[in-house]
Design a protein around this ligand. Structure first.
Ligand code: HEM
Length: 470
C-alpha cells in the first residue's frame, strides 16, 4: 500500500470522475423552457441571508419546481417528493454532487462524501460492513460509556453550553470508535483544525467562491493549513498501523482489512481520506440534531418524565446482546428524534449538478444546471405534514412514516449516496438522549435558538441550558 503524498488541498479532480459540465449562464438559457422562479436583482443577497427561508418562499410562490440564477448560473429547486426521489434514486446517475462538494474535497480527498463514480461505489462496497447494523450494535457500550464520562461533571444547577458539549461528545465517540487510543494525543489539534475546515467549507453555496482558496489572504491560508494538518495526522496514524502491522478491532482496523469478494482493498491514502470523512460527517451533524432535540425538549418539558421512564427500561438491567435491540425499539425517543430531524435536518439541502439533459416530474432540466433538493423545504410541506412548523412527535406514532410518499422525508438522503452512518447516528443519538433524560432535565435560559444554516443546519450560539439533576 504506497503512500502518495500530495495533500487533498492541491489534488486535481480525479480523471476517473465524470467531467463537470459547463455552467449554464443566463444568456445560454434564453431559448429554454425553464420553470418560473424569482428574478429579483436582490436575489443573491436574499439567498445568502437565509437560504432555507429563500427556498421555502420560492416553493410557496412558484410551486414544486422553480428556476433562479446565482452568480449568473442556472439553479433549479426541485421540491416535490417525486422529484426528490428522481434526483436521489431513480435518476441519480444523471447527476454528480454540486456546489460545495469540490471545496469539501480539498479537505477530505477521495472520501465517500465527496467521491464520484466509479471510485465512490468501489469504496462504498468496501466500507459497508463496519456500518452494518450487527456491527454498529457492538459500538453501543462505548457510546454509553463515553456519554456517562462526558456528562458526569455536570453539576446540579450548573449552566452547560449544550452546543459545544454535544460537539465534543460526538467527536470523542466517532474518534474513539474509529481510531481507539491512536488519536488521543492529537485530539485537540484535530478538533481545532476540523473546526477551521468546517467553517471554511460552509461558505460554499455561491458558485465561484472557491477561486479564493489559494489567495494569499490569512483567512484562506488557514483553510489550507488546517486541511494539511488533518491529512498529516490521519495518514500518519494509518501508515503506522499498516507498517507495524498493528491489529485492532476498531473501525480503522476494519477498514484496513476490508476486502471485496474479488480481493480488492483500500490503499493507505484512501483509508486516510475515508477516516477524515467519517470524523467530519460523523460528528457535526449528530451534534446539531442533539442540540436541537434538547432545545425542543426544554420547550416541551412534558416529555422528560416519559423519556426517563423509557431510559430505565432500555438502559438498565439489559444484556450486552439485547442493548442495541432495545435502543432501536425505544418508541418515544424514536418519535422525538424523527420529528427533530424533520424540522431541523442537519443536512438540509443536497446540491447536485445535471450531467445530461433530464426530466424531473416531467419538467425538462438542461445539462449543466445546478439542482437543489432540500430536506428543510420538503419536510415542511403541509400536504404531507399537518401544521408543518409545529413540534409534534405524536405524528410519528403507528405507521405514519409508511403513509408518506417516497421522497417526502429523507433526513439521511436516499439512493447510493444515502448516509452511510444513519444507523450509527440513530443509535448514538438515542443513547445520548436517553442517558441525559435518565440523569437530569435540561431547561433553557433563553428563547428557542435561531438557526444558523450553513453546510449544516445548526443552532446559533452555544445554547446554554441549566442542568437539573435527579
Ligand atoms: C443525524 C446525523 C446525520 C445526518 C442527518 C446525516 C445525513 C446525511 C445525508 C443527508 C447524506 C447524503 C448527502 C447527499 O446526498 O448529498 C449523508 C452522507 C454521508 N454520511 Fe451522514 N448523516 C448523519 C450522521 C453520520 C454519521 C454518524 C456518519 C459516520 C459515522 C455519517 C457518514 C456519512 C457518509 C460517509 C456519507 C456519504 C455517503 C455516500 O455518499 O456514499 N453520517 N449523511
Amino acid at each position: 500500500m504506497a503512500r502518495v503524498d500530495i495533500p487533498p488541498f492541491r489534488m486535481e479532480r480525479p480523471s476517473d470522475y465524470a467531467p463537470i459540465p459547463k455552467a449554464l449562464k443566463r444568456r445560454a438559457t434564453k431559448n429554454l423552457d425553464l420553470p418560473a422562479g424569482p428574478r429579483s436583482p436582490l436575489l443573491t443577497f436574499r439567498f445568502q441571508k437565509d437560504t432555507p427561508g429563500f427556498l421555502r418562499k420560492t416553493r410557496d410562490q412558484f410551486g414544486d419546481c422553480a428556476s433562479f440564477f446565482l452568480g449568473g448560473q442556472l439553479f433549479i429547486g426541485a421540491f416535490a417528493p417525486e422529484m426528490v426521489h428522481e434526483v436521489t434514486v431513480s435518476k441519480q446517475h444523471s447527476f454528480i454532487k454540486g456546489v460545495g462538494f469540490e471545496r469539501m474535497r480539498k479537505v477530505l480527498g477521495t472520501g465517500l462524501l465527496t467521491n464520484e463514480e466509479p471510485i465512490h461505489m468501489r469504496h462504498r462496497r468496501l466500507m459497508q460492513s463496519p456500518f452494518h447494523i450487527s456491527k454498529i450494535s457492538s459500538y453501543a457500550q462505548t457510546m454509553l460509556g463515553l456519554t456517562r464520562k462526558h456528562i458526569e461533571p455536570w453539576r446540579d444547577g450548573e449552566v452547560v453550553a449544550i452546543g459545544p458539549q454535544m460537539m465534543s461528545l460526538t467527536f470523542d465517540i466517532v474518534a474513539d470508535i474509529l481510531f481507539g487510543s491512536d488519536i488521543s494525543e492529537d485530539t485537540e489539534r484535530v478538533q481545532r483544525a476540523m473546526h477551521i475546515a468546517i467553517d471554511r467549507i460552509e461558505r460554499t453555496m455561491l458558485p465561484g467562491l472557491d477561486r479564493f482558496d489559494y489567495a494569499p489572504i490569512p483567512y484562506f491560508r488557514k483553510f489550507e493549513k488546517a486541511a494539511n494538518e488533518l491529512h498529516d495526522v490521519s495518514s500518519r496514524i494509518v501508515d503506522q498501523r499498516i507498517r507495524l502491522n498493528i491489529k485492532r478491532d476498531d473501525l480503522l482496523g476494519i477498514l484496513i482489512d476490508a476486502t471485496t469478494p474479488d480481493g480488492e482493498r483500500l490503499s493507505a491514502r484512501e483509508i486516510s481520506d475515508e477516516t477524515l470523512t467519517l470524523i467530519l460527517s460523523g460528528h457535526e451533524t449528530t451534534a446539531n440534531v442533539l442540540t436541537w432535540t434538547f432545545s425542543y425538549l426544554s420547550e416541551n418539558p412534558q416529555y422528560w418524565a416519559a423519556l426517563a421512564a423509557e431510559a430505565e427500561e432500555v438502559l438498565t438491567n439489559v444484556s450486552a446482546e439485547d442493548f442495541a435491540l432495545r435502543l432501536f425499539s425505544a418508541p418515544l425517543t424514536s418519535a422525538i428524534f424523527n420529528e427533530v430531524l424533520r424540522l431541523c435536518p442537519p443536512v438540509w439541502v443536497a446540491p447536485r449538478r445535471a450531467i445530461e439533459d433530464v426530466t424531473l416530474g416531467g419538467v425538462a432540466i438542461p445539462k449543466g444546471a445546478h439542482v437543489l433538493v432540500s430536506q428543510f423545504v420538503t419536510q415542511r410541506d403541509p400536504r404531507y405534514f399537518e401544521e408543518p412548523d409545529r413540534f409534534n412527535p405524536e405524528r410519528w406514532r403507528g405507521d405514519f412514516e409508511k403513509t408518506l410518499p417516497r421522497g417526502a422525508y429523507f433526513p439521511f438522503g436516499a439512493g447510493s449516496r444515502k448516509c452511510l452512518g444513519d444507523q450509527f447516528a440513530i443509535l448514538e443519538s438515542r443513547i445520548i438522549i436517553l442517558e441525559i433524560a435518565r440523569q437530569m432535565q435540561l431547561t433553557t435560559l433563553r428563547e428557542f435558538p435561531e438557526a444558523e444554516p450553513r453546510a449544516t443546519y445548526r443552532p446559533k450560539g452555544s445554547v446554554p441550558m441549566r442542568c437539573l439533576r435527579k
